[in-house]
Design a protein around this ligand. Structure first.
Ligand code: HEC
Length: 225
């Protein structure tokens, strides 16, 4: 009886210890992050706008920021200087042989533009833009992509998330649980499962993946030196 009595407080103590948020003190490594440090890291912006800092800007103002801080790499109109990434154009190319993926043609949410620029750009001098400069330059990027038509339209923390990007609908939640329901069933069909005969749409030989036998013999591996 006394054994179980002694055990209880010990178990309770273990639970309390595990729940203590101050891992740094408990494990005796590092120190607890200060609220300011956490604020510095906690800068993510969600598609619904949660996390956007207070601020505002227009494409007209953003153009100045862009020319000074971004154009050397991304080109005056976001066309990309040299081999630096393009930030505009590419509309309608996603299904082509050489898709051009930009904010306008590919990205799903405006929040990602704000978040990424705020977090990572200008390359090599990340997080040197103020929230207002970031709003302005985001507006300019939307303007370059023909998503904002009015260069004096003010974007801010309240309206930015309501701007939609053209490719949003092509991003959707993983639907394999329903689309591949049969496969995920408790007892998936393992034999003769196809409703009809499978049709061959392309052959590896035509795709030039596997050389045919004749070509293989002709092309004997060169002797090892
Ligand atoms: C020194 C060159 C340089 C400068 C200056 C620069 N960038 Fe970038 N930018 C890059 C590189 C490199 C990448 C690719 C980074 C990666 O993929 O991690 C990039 C990526 C981006 C992307 C994502 C593109 C995509 O489709 O993946 C955006 C948006 C962007 N930059 C915006 C800006 C803005 C806005 C500025 C100015 C405030 C800026 N950049 C300044 C080099 C630069």
């Amino acid at each position: 009886m006394s054994r179980s009595r002694n055990r209880l407080p010990a178990a309770l103590a273990a639970v309390l210890l595990a729940a203590t948020p101050v891992a740094a003190e408990r494990l005796n490594i590092g120190r607890t992050a200060t609220p300011d440090e956490i604020k510095g890291w906690d800068i993510d912006v969600r598609p619904d706008g949660k996390g956007l800092p207070v601020g505002k800007g227009t494409a007209a103002l953003g153009e100045t920021v862009f020319q000074e801080r971004c154009a050397s790499c991304h080109g005056e109109f976001g066309e990309g200087a040299g081999r630096w990434p393009e930030l505009a154009g590419g509309s309608g190319t996603l299904k082509s042989d050489s898709p051009v993926k930009t904010i306008g043609s590919y990205w799903p949410y405006v929040s990602t533009v704000f978040d990424f620029v705020h977090r990572a750009m200008p390359f090599g001098a990340a997080q040197t833009l103020t929230p207002d400069e970031t709003y302005a330059v985001t507006a300019y990027l939307l303007y370059l992509n023909d998503i904002l038509k009015d260069q004096d339209y003010e974007v801010n923390e309240k309206n930015l998330a309501s701007i939609r990007l053209p490719n949003e609908k092509n991003f959707f939640m993983d639907d394999r649980e329903t689309a591949e329901k049969e496969f995920w069933a408790a007892k998936p069909c393992m034999t003769n499962c196809l409703p009809k005969e499978a049709s061959i749409t392309s052959r590896a030989r035509i795709l030039d993946v596997t050389p045919d036998k004749a070509a293989e013999t002709a092309k004997k591996a060169p002797p090892v030196q």
